[in-house]
Design a protein around this ligand. Structure first.
Ligand code: SF4
Length: 431
């Protein structure tokens, strides 16, 4: 009889990883067991990403790889979930990849227990039993997904179509999930969603992230970090809660995409250059030590040399501590795909290089100013640590001298001693 063991390949961002973790729990509760890929398992679960063409290509490469393993007799069942089957019609996918045994969209993932039991054992799924929770992130931090979907309809984005309308998790559910994570020893909760600032709109009639943050900050958690903030929803209430609760990191991930008002309008981002200036000035005035992370899209249709210059001078005026740059990717279902004045990819890449070169210089300058300052760091192993200024996976890190005897997941006092690329160097100070 087939052993109910499965491996997992989770593509994409932290939001997708949270979905993977949920499916792993669901399957383990009914007797399936997560094992490492290539250890004799006969089932592989591929949780996918597909919001831009590059992610679709990566997903399809992974499907082909798994199908090849199935043809070679290494696997019996290939299950594909997540954004990819949500973006395309199932019949088309079945025709393209007939060897995939089960497709589940993001809205069908809750049925994985039933569907996989039926597929593998031809029977209804067994009653759930308690199992040890399997975390897919290190033991000291956890992503808390506070809502699903998005109603912002940025003109370049496929997510509202893939993930559906915005739906908040009720407050008590988020708090229960946070408490569960804290019971595993987690000390850092990282709030994620497509747009975290929209949380509560469907529950309370208006975006209410400050209510949730206040409730989470009452828990015994060291750091709370907020990602994916939509700029128009940064208001005084949010600034006040960020400022007043010491366990909420003075860190915001706020993707601005661009700074030119005409392009922002064309992107349907619902703010202008002037608004952004006011917003950033308000944040810095309230919390001078606030660290901001952002991401930009270069090469949106209609972007000119003058727009790039405007962006570069904005970055000098409002330096971001962490900044990522994406090439505009034309996705046929989106409104921006119908826009004219397209920018060619070589030109987009050259603009990205200019922006990232400028950002590198900004980081060298701003990081140099930190040398000699004291910082509390969270040790993550291999001589690497983070402070409140760095989120896992996406930001620079702190390279710690003499870290031999440190414990992963513990906090230490350190002093910044140097700058190395986008990273900082630090040495421990006696506590
Ligand atoms: S805020 Fe805009 S870019 Fe982000 S998921 Fe929603 S529609 Fe997409």
């Amino acid at each position: 009889m087939l052993k109910p063991e499965f491996s997992l390949v989770s593509l994409g961002c932290a939001r997708s990883l949270v979905d993977s973790e949920k499916m792993v729990q669901d399957l383990q509760k009914i007797g399936f067991k997560l094992v490492a890929e290539g250890t004799g398992e006969k089932i592989t679960l591929l949780n996918t990403c597909s919001f831009i063409s590059a992610a679709v290509a990566e997903t399809e490469d992974n499907i082909r790889h798994l199908v090849a393993r199935k043809e070679a007799g290494e696997l019996k069942y290939v299950v594909v979930t997540g954004c990819y089957p949500s973006r395309y019609k199932k019949e088309e996918l079945q025709e393209r990849f007939p060897d995939v045994d089960l497709w589940l969209t993001t809205r069908e993932e809750d049925r994985i227990k039933q569907e996989l039991s039926q597929l593998v054992f031809r029977k209804k799924y067994m009653p759930s039993k308690p199992v040890r929770y399997t975390k897919l992130t290190p033991s000291h931090y956890a992503y808390l997904k506070i809502s699903e979907g998005c109603d912002n309809w940025c003109s370049f984005c496929t997510i509202p179509k893939i993930r559906g309308v915005h739906t908040s998790k009720p407050l008590d559910v988020v708090i229960a999930e946070a408490k569960l994570q804290l019971s595993f020893g987690v000390t850092e909760l990282i709030l994620i969603a497509e747009d975290t600032t929209c949380w509560g709109e469907d529950l309370y009639g208006k975006p209410s992230l400050p209510i949730l943050l206040d409730a989470l900050a009452d828990l015994p958690v060291k750091w709370i970090r907020v990602m994916y903030v939509f700029p128009p929803r940064v208001n005084d209430e949010l600034i006040q809660v960020l400022k007043s609760r010491p366990n909420i990191c003075r860190y915001l991930d706020m993707p601005i995409q661009h700074v030119n008002s005409d392009l922002l309008l064309s992107m349907n981002r619902r703010y202008t250059n002037e608004y952004l200036r006011d917003c950033l000035n308000s944040l810095k005035a309230a919390m001078p030590d606030m660290v901001l992370r952002t991401s930009l899209i270069l090469g949106f249709p209609g972007e000119t040399e003058a727009h790039v210059e405007e962006l570069l001078s904005f970055m000098e005026e409002f330096p971001f501590t962490q900044l990522g740059c994406f090439a505009y990717s034309e996705e046929k279902e989106t409104r921006s795909a119908r826009l004219e004045a397209k920018v060619e990819m070589p030109e987009i890449q050259s603009r990205i290089k200019r922006v990232m070169d400028a950002q590198y210089k900004i980081v060298q300058r701003t990081s140099a100013a930190l040398v000699g300052t004291a910082v509390e760091v969270l040790y993550e192993g291999d001589g690497l640590a983070r402070s409140f200024r760095e989120a896992p996976d996406v930001d620079g890190r702190i390279l710690l001298e003499a870290a031999d005897n440190l414990i992963v997941g513990h906090y230490y006092q350190a002093v910044i001693t140097g700058v190395k690329g986008y990273d900082l160097e630090a040495r421990l100070v006696a506590s």
